[in-house]
Write a protein that binds this ligand. Structure first.
Ligand SMILES: [Cu+2]
Length: 147
């Protein structure tokens, strides 16, 4: 049985497929939304293989004032299909009094509204990155809310 001639279309498909496979690791290392450039009022949560950019509105946070949050998972070890944000006071064993509403702005970029830290003291902000239902990474930040 002799070698079959490779048609141009078949060759093109093979090259396209190889390029797609080659692009996958890069696409996973850098999620769909790029990290905003420095100086755009975004703060960062950074781990070895993960970076989240976020900003509060209005900032700075005040006791008992509703705020919203833009959260961008711009670097992660895998795809991020959903982001969760929560805030608790570990010393008091409670969380927020309201459940924030989440809207996907773009892949890897969520806006949360209806957040409120209802008392002064030490809060722990948690950002969870999910791939489907699987928790990919949890990043936290402590925040001292002045009275
Ligand atoms: Cu408390």
């Amino acid at each position: 049985m002799g070698a079959r001639p490779v048609t141009a279309a078949r060759l093109g498909l093979a090259i396209w497929g190889a390029a797609l496979v080659a692009a996958l690791p890069a696409a996973w290392a850098q999620t769909a939304t790029a990290c905003p450039p420095a100086g755009q009022a975004y703060e960062r949560l950074i781990a070895s293989d993960t970076e989240v950019a976020y900003r509060w509105d209005p900032a700075p946070l005040k006791v008992g004032q509703f705020f919203s949050a833009d959260v961008i998972a711009c670097r992660s070890p895998g795809p991020v299909t959903r982001i969760g944000v929560d805030a608790t006071m570990p010393a008091h064993g409670h969380g927020m009094n309201y459940r924030p509403k989440a809207v996907e702005v773009a892949p890897g970029h969520y806006r949360f509204s209806g957040l409120m830290l209802h008392m002064p003291g030490r809060w722990q902000i948690t950002v969870d990155l999910y791939d489907g239902t699987r928790l990919v990474r949890r990043l936290t930040r402590d925040l001292d809310l002045k009275p």
